[in-house]
Design a protein around this ligand. Structure first.
Ligand SMILES: [Zn+2]
Ligand SMILES: [Zn+2]
Length: 346
């Protein structure tokens, strides 16, 4: 089958591989119906993910149909439509039992798909620990509605959760790209006012048009607004921008005793200037996704409370994925996320 794979040395390309087979009896083979491209794919190609294996099939955001299950798979059967989790996890180790599935200690645990084992930019994928890592989709939830459940929506949901948001608070999300928007949508479910600081005017206009209940601000507007609030800053800040100065903005715009959650993956170190923040008594959390609540996310989509359909701004056939990568990497033509579709088998 044709796959889109990481070739090492800052390159990716089409690569023929045999169709995957079940290896463990807890595996499932899934026929991919829709996948996407994530900034993390670009990070792998750019050489910023040391664990990524040269030759691996890229892609860790997808939905599909279960083609085959191992004898140990209990919850799924052939023909089930599923969202695939970015993280595969054993469900039994110290970390999994606490929902911290990104740190699952199994050799196939954590973010393995599309990084250390073959991912979803291919017509078929082998998913380890299928009972834990595939979420069945109800009839009323389409592939397009569920495309981001296993990765950027899981990220947003986890970030909102660990930020300890309480009703009535002011939440500031830095970054109005797809991940920032998912963080904002999940925070908003908690009954709070959510602002999104985004430097790109087109992205602010996108938020205003599609999610008018979010307050879209330029970084300058956020700088001027938050210090003037009654508590001197945002109650919770979620940093999903990953810019040169957004880490500093995150803690500066937080009120004393706020929680600052870092979702962004930086390409270089950031400085924690403790003398300058002394007395502010901030709590910092890092929110590298733990995709342990996908079923809850699907229920919210089914209930009409979470809608990421507007994020799919472009659709490509799998054979055109190189064009999709170019567009996504260049942020051109107002792209937020791409959907990649796969031809039905004969
Ligand atoms: Zn991702
Ligand atoms: Zn585990």
């Amino acid at each position: 089958m044709l796959t889109y794979s990481y070739l090492g040395d800052k390159a990716a390309g089409f690569c023929q591989k045999p169709q995957p087979e079940l290896v463990e009896d807890t595996d499932a083979l899934v026929r991919v119906t829709l996948s996407s491209i994530c900034t993390s794919d670009l990070h792998i190609i750019g050489g910023y993910v040391p664990r990524a294996q040269k030759g691996v099939t890229l892609g860790h955001e997808a939905v599909g149909i279960v083609e085959k299950v191992g004898a140990g798979v209990k919850k799924l059967r052939q023909g089930d439509r599923v969202a695939i989790n970015v993280e595969t996890f054993c469900g039994e180790c110290f970390f999994c039992k606490r929902g911290w599935v990104n740190n699952c200690t199994d050799k196939n645990g954590g973010w393995a798909l599309g990084c250390r084992i073959d991912g979803m930019q291919a017509p078929f994928v082998r998913v380890p620990f299928a009972d834990n890592c595939l979420s069945r989709l109800p009839l009323g939830v389409s592939d397009r509605q569920a495309l981001f459940v296993g990765d950027i929506l899981a990220t947003g949901y986890w970030a909102a959760d660990i930020s300890e948001i309480e009703e009535g608070e002011e939440v500031l999300v830095l970054g109005g790209g797809p991940t920032g928007i998912c963080c904002a949508l999940c925070a908003e479910l908690k009954g709070v006012r959510v602002s999104v600081s985004e430097k790109d005017e087109k992205r602010r206009a996108f938020i205003a048009a599609n999610y008018p209940f979010l307050r879209a601000l330029s970084p300058e507007e956020a700088e001027s607004l938050f210090p003037r609030l009654a508590r001197g800053g945002a109650d919770r800040v979620i940093e999903a921008a990953g810019g040169e100065d957004t880490f500093e903005q995150a803690w500066r715009l937080a009120r004393p005793n706020a929680v600052v959650t870092i979702v962004a993956m930086y390409e270089s170190d950031r400085i924690l200037p403790l003398p300058r923040m002394y007395g502010k008594n901030l709590v910092f959390k890092t929110g590298g996704v733990d995709g342990s609540k996908c079923d809850e996310i699907i229920s919210l989509i089914a209930a009409g409370r979470l809608n990421t359909l507007p994020l799919i701004t472009h659709t490509f056939a799998f054979e055109e994925i190189e064009r999709a990568y170019e567009l996504f990497a260049a942020h051109s033509d107002g792209v937020m996320k791409v959907a990649v579709i796969y031809a039905e088998p004969e």
